[in-house]
Ligand binder design. Structure first.
Ligand code: SF4
Length: 375
């Protein structure tokens, strides 16, 4: 009778032993993150090794770090509303709102206060704790009236007890200060992709200009929301590059949206092949490992993923979603389906949180306003 030992030679037995005992980069970095906390001195190769770990191992260790840094059942629900749609001068090649592409989208003016407040109330009733307003502009310079109107919207939505986020394009330093004074919780400005791949996607503003806006937001004391999009035709190394830039900022963004391209007819990226769920899981788990405290947001493209696929994203470390019929101009998940998903997966909505300094700034602005209205 043959024993297994006599069939398998010593060298093969050693290789099998090594295979079983070898720790992946995901395992090593998860252990270190749990022990030492977040770091921002990542080398790009280190992030690449995590990203390249066997996907189930990466998923498992993303889940470990996630449970260490967050309440794993809590998922933040954000509602994104396009308050000024289309007619944008930029050439972001994924975007149906660029005036350079024929996507059939009709440009609109800034929404009125009544319409915005009505949408915010509806979002709150549906369980959303953060209201995000998006405007299709290169920047807000020279748009004083619109900018001042948006400051009003922010104040009123904060008074409803919701967190408020904006994405209005590039900012000047002073504008970031004014947004903070109005009570803005977070400002979204995505880097989209790696520095190297970026010129293939946008030519009308630079990577450094984007980073400068993020710096103004950070300096003003507003939370930074910045992430990217996968499925733009980039290489895996560009995904690693994007995460490396974000994870080596002096302070990690508080929110990191991970979007999967939703190709829109008429845009230069209309024929891109859809992102697979494993690509999303790799991105989400790597983001969770290298920026453990950030809210990692499963964003655009979620509509294409089934409930079990989304469950894997939550397990890997995602803890925030966009709810509402539309994500700016592209379709989003059905509200009832999201409620069912929360129930089926045992998820609970995350309550809003307001940093003390933001509270103070908002209260100061409210009393300043009360004083001036008395005068
Ligand atoms: S992504 Fe923003 S800046 Fe770029 S074209 Fe669309 S609306 Fe304009």
């Amino acid at each position: 009778m043959f024993s297994v030992r006599s069939i398998v030679g010593p060298q093969l037995r050693r290789s099998i032993r090594q295979l079983h005992s070898a720790s992946s980069a995901a395992a090593i970095e998860a252990e270190r993150t749990i022990r030492d906390g977040p770091r921002n001195d990542w080398a790009r190769d280190e992030i690449k090794s995590i990203y390249d770990s066997p996907v189930l191992d990466l998923l498992f260790h993303g889940a470990q770090v996630h449970r260490h840094a967050h309440n794993f059942r809590e998922v933040q629900q954000c509602t994104l509303l396009s308050i000024k749609t289309g007619g944008c001068s930029e050439d972001c090649s994924y975007c149906p709102q660029s005036s350079r592409y024929d996507t059939g989208l009709k440009a609109q003016k800034l929404m009125t206060k009544e319409a915005v407040m009505q949408a915010a109330r509806k979002a709150k009733e549906a369980g959303s704790t953060r209201f995000c307003m998006g405007a299709a502009w290169r920047d807000t310079i020279g748009r004083k009236t619109n900018f001042n109107n948006i400051l009003e919207y922010i104040k009123d939505i904060r008074d409803m007890g919701m967190e408020v986020c904006c994405t209005l394009g590039m900012l000047e330093k002073q504008q970031a200060v004014e947004l903070k004074r109005a009570g803005l919780t977070a400002y979204n400005h995505n880097l989209d992709t790696s520095r190297e791949y970026y010129p293939n996607i946008i030519t009308t503003r630079s990577y450094d200009e984007r980073l400068e806006t993020l710096q103004f937001v950070r300096d003003a004391g507003i939370n930074v929301c910045s992430g990217g999009i996968i499925g733009l035709g980039e290489a895996e190394d560009d995904r690693v590059g994007l995460l490396h830039t974000l994870a080596t900022l002096p302070t990690h963004p508080e929110s990191v949206p991970i979007n999967a391209l939703v190709p829109v007819k008429g845009t230069p990226l209309q024929d891109q092949k859809p992102v697979e769920i494993w690509e999303m899981i790799r991105m989400i788990a790597t983001a969770r490992l290298v920026m453990p405290k950030a809210m990692v947001r499963l964003s655009a493209g979620r509509v294409r993923f089934s409930m079990p696929e989304q469950a894997l994203c939550f397990l890997a470390g995602a803890n925030s979603i966009f709810t509402g019929e539309k994500l700016l101009t592209t379709p989003n998940n059905d509200f009832d389906a999201d409620q069912l998903m929360f129930k089926a997966l045992g998820l609970v909505p995350k309550a809003p949180s307001f940093g003390d300094d933001l509270e103070d700034a908002h209260e100061a602005a409210v009393s300043e306003q009360a004083v001036s209205s008395l005068g």
